[in-house]
Design a protein around this ligand. Structure first.
Ligand SMILES: [Zn+2]
Length: 300
């Protein structure tokens, strides 16, 4: 049963309006995706109504990272705390060059940017060659070491190589989160041995392919676990009502927390509070609830 809630508009069916028991941080929201261009203010208002009070906007290439920073500034008065990441996704690694590296270093100096990434390795699709991916990733490990900002990592079918590269850099980089973790037990323990953080999405809510994750969720220490929608992708399959357009959004994060809490056998409110504490420490955000100033930026 969804809790009674105020502040939602009519877009979400009644059954999907669910306010988290404690404020949540969505550590992976691709709100610069074109599917949000139409109704972004409403998406942000629904996130707020669902008690998802902090959003980390994923920057997957230069263009999207710059958009994410601008979005965080422009909507600083939306009653949410908005931050961005800036990196080059392994799919786009073939575009890495000195100019891009300089642009990234510039972005990492912006106060809105709280992590280097999304970066990493994806040997599942190889849209860029493995060699190109390793080169771009290596460079971004260097940018993280340089800026002192934590890493927001993407890895698919490349767990072993990812661990080798992170191991080589471990003393130079700080915190790092493997976002949208979907791999197996050995990979998870390898990451935890490297003292990494883990981001979980609605993948776990998928009874067809999320099974193995359900048995792993209680192996992740609460001070290493964070939650994310990875919206508009990965709409959870445990939702009690159909959603028009099937676009995932931050307001649905409480459903993912509910699923994780269930499989972990702990109270939802406790899990919500713990993941928020972990995320605020990881991204070095203020530990209190966000109360952003009404008009911090007047641009565009
Ligand atoms: Zn990713």
């Amino acid at each position: 049963m969804a809790e009674p809630t105020d502040g939602f508009d009519d877009f979400l069916p009644q059954a999907l309006r669910f306010r988290a028991a404690a404020p949540l941080v969505d550590i992976g929201a691709n709100l610069t995706h074109e599917s949000f261009a139409r109704d972004l203010p409403a998406v942000l208002a629904r996130a707020r109504a669902a008690n998802v009070t902090t959003l980390i906007l994923t920057g997957t290439d230069r263009e999207h990272a710059e958009q994410a920073v601008a979005m965080a500034r422009r909507h600083a008065d939306a009653g949410l705390a908005l931050y961005a990441t800036a990196g080059v996704h392994p799919h786009d690694a073939s575009r890495w060059d000195a100019g891009l590296a300089a642009a990234m270093a510039d972005l990492h100096r912006q106060p809105e940017v709280v992590a280097v990434g999304e970066c990493g390795l994806d040997f599942n699709r190889n849209f860029s060659t493995p060699a190109e991916q390793e080169r771009a990733f290596e460079a971004q490990l260097g940018l993280s070491a340089q800026s002192g900002k934590p890493l927001f990592l993407h890895e698919r079918d490349a767990g072993r190589r990812m661990r080798e590269m992170l191991h080589a850099w471990r003393d130079d980089i700080g915190d790092a989160v493997v976002h949208c973790f979907t791999a197996d037990r050995d990979t998870l323990f390898g990451y935890l041995d490297l003292d990494l953080h883990v981001g979980l999405t609605g993948w776990l809510c998928d009874e067809r392919r999320g099974h193995h994750l359900r048995e792993l969720v209680d192996e992740i220490p609460l001070n290493r676990l964070m939650v994310e929608t990875d919206c508009p992708y990965l709409l959870p399959r445990n939702l009690p009502a159909k959603l028009k357009g099937r676009r995932h959004e931050p307001a649905l994060l409480p459903w993912i927390v509910r699923e994780i809490a269930h499989w972990r056998g702990i109270d939802e409110a406790e899990l919500a509070a713990a993941t928020t504490r972990t995320a605020r420490a990881f991204f070095r955000l203020p530990m209190a609830d966000p109360h952003p100033p009404a008009t911090r930026h007047e641009d565009s």
